[in-house]
Ligand binder design. Structure first.
Ligand code: PLP
Length: 379
């Protein structure tokens, strides 16, 4: 474990890798925006990819059987959630599934209910499809961001509401929904007969001793009316390999989802399949060490920011800190910190301009430099 933990301290020069993260800003700015960590992938993934590349011949490839059982085992062992192999739909990324779902399960003018501020594709998917976006505010309750449940019910009760897009764990803010919270959301979905799309891409990034409860695992009705979206990409830092999957237990819902995607969404890349099998079959030790490292980074950030006017609620999951910078009374918070050499995500991208999102999935030394730059700028 110690050697693995130390490996996350390594600073990797990504400047020649066409990295989205490292190309956005000039060299003097440390990029802390997109959800992409600056860690090397686990050896098991690199070895599996090398082996597949050495085999050569890169023709059309279907989903390997080993991947289906690797996913099933992962979901059973981590979440006690047993799924049928038929319920899986394989995807080259998770975001396209949000757009597919909105188009498959609502019509123009229908309302889509989305708790936010949230990862911008959850709000963009309804807007670009000419649906009505019905946002529900996340409010602070006992040090966590949770949806305002009275507003949630009002939103679901609208006669044109057709579906809920949920992000669990929530990005940004890091909330891990409790089983009771999910049951309350499910009760609304059942009462108003709504489809629930649950984006659970961050579910393997829980930093506290908290369980992740897949929405679909709540009960038979939740399984019947939901689409669960997951991927190894955030956890194992392999987003560039393009693989995600949907779990859709209801055969009719699955058929509609697959019809909407047919011909438009390509099959996943064979290297994405290869990495996913390796990650779920052999990445456990790396995964545990990485979570430990991230939790230490989160605590370091929280301790140092506590001495500044910046407010950060406790991050239960993800490596994305949601920083309330309103007390600094800045005209343009994003630009202010860019000028200080720190490139965070603008809060307005997610729905609140008083906030910034900081990605702490990086070596400690990088995070320390970022915090020092922020402290200096504030002083
Ligand atoms: C909540 C959430 N969903 C989806 C994605 C991206 O998914 P993909 O790269 O598989 O399309 C992200 C990336 O930051 C995310 O935070």
């Amino acid at each position: 474990m110690d050697t693995l933990l130390a490996s996350f301290d390594m600073v990797i020069d990504r400047s020649g890798m066409s990295s989205d993260k490292w190309s956005k800003y000039p060299e003097n700015i440390i990029p802390m925006w997109i959800a992409d960590m600056d860690f090397d992938a686990p050896d098991c993934i690199k070895e599996a990819l090398s082996q597949r590349i050495n085999e050569g011949v890169f023709g059309y490839t279907h989903t390997p059987k080993a991947l289906v059982s690797a996913i099933q085992n992962h979901l059973t062992s981590h979440y006690g959630w047993s799924i049928s192999s038929a319920s899986l739909s394989h995807l080259p990324g998770l975001v396209c599934a949000l757009y597919i779902s909105v188009r498959a399960f609502s019509n123009e003018g229908d309302s889509v209910v989305v708790p936010g501020p949230v990862y911008f594709h959850l709000t963009k998917a309804p807007i670009l499809a000419q649906r009505e976006l019905t946002s529900v505010d996340m409010v602070e309750e006992n040090g966590r961001w949770v949806p305002d449940m009275a507003a949630f019910e009002q939103a679901c009760a609208k006669p044109n509401s057709k579906m809920i897009l949920l992000c669990n764990p929530h990005n940004p803010g890091g909330t891990v929904y409790t089983k009771d919270e999910l049951l309350s959301i499910h009760a609304l979905a059942e009462k108003y007969d709504l489809i629930v799309v649950s984006d659970e891409i961050h579910c393997d990034l829980i930093l506290d001793d908290l369980p992740h409860v897949p929405f679909a695992s709540l009960n038979a009705d939740a399984a019947n009316r939901s689409i669960t979206l997951m991927a190894p990409s955030k956890t194992f830092n392999v987003a560039g390999l393009g693989y995600a999957f949907a779990v859709i237990e209801n055969a009719k819902v699955r058929q509609r989802f697959n019809n909407e995607k047919a011909g438009l969404v390509p099959s996943p890349n064979m290297l994405g399949y290869t990495a996913a099998i390796a990650a779920y079959e052999g990445g456990q030790e790396w995964h545990q060490a990485m979570l430990k490292y991230l939790a230490t980074n989160r605590d370091l950030l929280a301790d140092r920011l506590a001495a500044t006017p910046i407010k950060m609620l406790h991050i239960e999951a993800t490596y994305l800190a949601w920083l309330d910078v309103s007390a600094l009374k800045l005209e343009n918070p994003h630009k202010f910190f860019l000028d200080a050499g720190v490139g965070m995500s603008c809060g307005s991208e997610f729905g609140n301009p008083d906030f910034l999102r900081l990605n702490f999935g990086c070596p400690k030394v990088t995070l320390e430099e970022v915090i020092s730059r922020m402290e200096k700028a504030i002083q």
